[in-house]
Design a protein around this ligand. Structure first.
Ligand code: NAP
Length: 303
């Protein structure tokens, strides 16, 4: 059974190249005939690891192809997920399984609602990769992947493909708690690094703001039935700030590079969830408003 990887960006390429070189059948789904022609011109995907570049001639098709899909890795940004799945939904077999690599929350439901009866498995990744050219991905940070299914705790058989491909992973029956926790960490750190224009570690100078956001986020997690995800959030936020002190957050990097952010699926999702649960989150709301204004000033989308 072949893996299909939709989105040959940073994470999609990182997964596809590792599956391919382990001999696991995999093919890429690219946006259109033009992107497919450019890919074929490049001769494949290049993975750069510890300065060593290797080219992998992975089979690719585009969204117009009609061959059935049994296992799909959806590897686009959260804001592209719903549209991307709509373009391939008719190709998914009734037993098809879809692994969702999107950060944040919200896109998983936008996808699942289009795939009644199909198994959708959200993943949460701490691996780091970036593109330093078209069809070239740099493996920048070792990490881990947690994969789960909120509706069914039975691990899928294809985890052995990940094992064989040395893709570090853990089957996670509490994947929603993990996604919520990651969202809360992101909301406590990333927006402030954008607003203060600083590295993660410099947030020690804005400790009161971080602490106020942590308190509201812990309350939000409790209010949304995610008490486990709220445990020691505050300590974890400061641990992450210290451990990543020299780094610029992903949101900071997106804004600095003029790239669209995933704000709607991170801070925007948190504020909407608070509204639905009738919870007061004044600090989160202020930071959200300031971040939207910041995006406006930089000509970037608010969603
Ligand atoms: P990325 O490098 O921007 O890659 C996304 C890819 O999806 C692009 O190649 C894009 O194609 C493709 N795409 C979007 N819509 C498509 C469509 N309709 N049909 C075909 N291809 C489509 O993004 P990423 O960094 O891999 O991030 C993916 C997700 O993983 C995000 O939610 C991110 O937050 C999360 N994540 C990333 C990292 C990381 O280190 N990169 C780490 C943890 C989590 P084009 O190139 O043609 O636009």
């Amino acid at each position: 059974m072949s893996w299909h990887v939709l989105g040959a960006g940073s994470l999609g390429s990182l997964w596809a190249t590792r599956l391919f070189r382990a001999g696991v059948p995999v093919q890429l789904i690219l946006r259109d005939a033009q992107r497919l022609a450019a890919y074929r011109q490049a001769g494949g995907l290049t993975l750069v690891e510890q300065g060593q570049a290797s080219l992998y001639a992975i089979v690719a098709g585009d969204l117009n192809e009609q061959a059935p899909i049994e296992r799909l890795l959806l590897a686009c940004k959260a804001y592209d997920a719903a549209e991307a799945i709509a373009a391939v939904a008719h190709r998914l077999t009734p037993e098809a399984e879809v692994i969702l690599l999107q950060n944040g929350l919200g896109s998983q439901d936008e996808v699942a609602v289009q795939l009644p009866g199909r198994r959708c498995l959200p993943a949460s990744s701490t691996e780091g990769a970036f593109r330093d050219g078209d069809w070239r991905v740099v493996f920048a940070g070792q990490g881990h992947n947690w994969i789960g299914d909120p509706l069914d705790a039975t691990p899928p058989g294809w985890l052995s493909d990940l094992q064989r491909s040395h893709i570090p992973h853990t089957w996670s029956p509490d994947i929603l708690a993990r996604l919520w926790r990651k969202l809360a960490l992101n909301c406590a750190i990333n927006p402030l690094t954008v607003l203060h224009g600083c590295r993660n570690g410099e947030l020690v100078r804005h400790g009161d703001q971080v602490d106020a956001l942590c308190a509201e986020l812990a309350g939000l997690l409790h209010g949304c039935g995610q008490a486990d995800a709220a445990r020691d959030l505050h300590l974890d936020v400061w641990r992450v700030i210290e451990a990543t002190a020299a780094n610029y957050s992903s949101m900071y990097q997106d804004v600095a590079a003029g790239r669209r952010t995933e704000i709607s699926y991170l801070l925007g999702y948190a504020c909407a969830a608070a509204e639905r649960a009738a919870l007061q989150v004044p600090h989160l709301k202020v930071v959200h408003r300031q971040l939207l204004e910041h995006l406006d000033r930089h000509g970037l989308p608010r969603y």
